[in-house]
Design a protein around this ligand. Sequence first.
Ligand code: 5GP
Ligand code: MN
Length: 346
Amino acid sequence: MTPDISKLEAFLSHTDDIALIGHFNPDGDSLGSVTAAYHYLKGRGKRVRIILPSPYPDNMSFLEPSDPADRMVICEKSMDEARRLVAGAGLIVCLDFNRLSRTEYLEEDIIAAHAPKVLIDHHLAAELDRFDLAYSTTGVSSTCELLFRILLAMPDVAGDLQRLNLRCAESLYVGMMTDTNNFSNSVFPGTFDMASQLIARGVNKDELQDKVLNCYTVSRTRLLGHMVKDKMKVLPEYRTAYMVLTRKEKQRYHFQAGDSEGFVNLPLAISGVDVSALFSENDEGTYVRVSLRSKGEIDVNRFAIRFFNGGGHRNASGGRLYMPVEEVPAYFEQALAAWMEEEKFS
Ligand code: 5GP
Ligand code: MN
């Protein structure tokens, strides 16, 4: 797949000021894609700023641009600056989300901004009509994989990875590695091709794996044990397991952003479990975050849209519930029964 980059090139030729926007609760693919785009564009002499709605996990801090003047702007800490950057940009690039509402705070600002808007994303049902140019496909592992293809097609790279700086290559690898859960989900032939090319470029796969995946605290590991041992409920008749993480538990285990990353995948390792859900209460107790995972043809994207105010991909979706955390198990079990009936899995 070679993306058509002519319109993107035209936008880039008209401005030096670019705003890159990631999604709320940024994960490895969100951070990898905004920082990869940052490093590429800086190499072309552009002024580039990254805007994220909410803070990123500590273990990703190595992805921060080294120039202090270019540090990522977090809306929850510097809303005025984020707004100013969106309004003042000559080009806005949104990465790794399909709807502007995933920016939580910036939807109106992005709509009102004068700059052309570009989307680079791999989720289903993107809001294409809100962008002047959209690279949107679900046929890739991650936004980083799509961005990799776009960058290879750029005239100054022209398929030669040696012309891509190493930090850009590392960012791309991080997004692809994390969104595939280290090559176990959503892996396409092109994904291995990309990994192979990036490693040949000089990306140190073991070092990145260590930084990003083997970086947890003792209390996070104990929380994981607690969730699996004391909180996981298995519903064999629905081939489903779920866990609910309350904010009290988060406090008890000194929870930091990103600590529950990967929890939702664990029940899928149980024979007979094809659907897994993780519910986690936010720190203010105002909503419960929902993470859903499934195997094969089971479509949790539809489940997330129908019952959890969210969406995502067929086998990995998320959303939110606005109800007290104590009510979540009953709601989930009813929703599960209704959904399985609808989808005729049961
Ligand atoms: P996670 O469970 O890792 O937070 O998210 C899994 C997938 O669902 C990701 O691709 C993410 O973009 C998507 N997702 C997570 N939360 C939401 C949400 O609130 N709304 C929508 N539309 N998608 C979400
Ligand atoms: Mn992604």
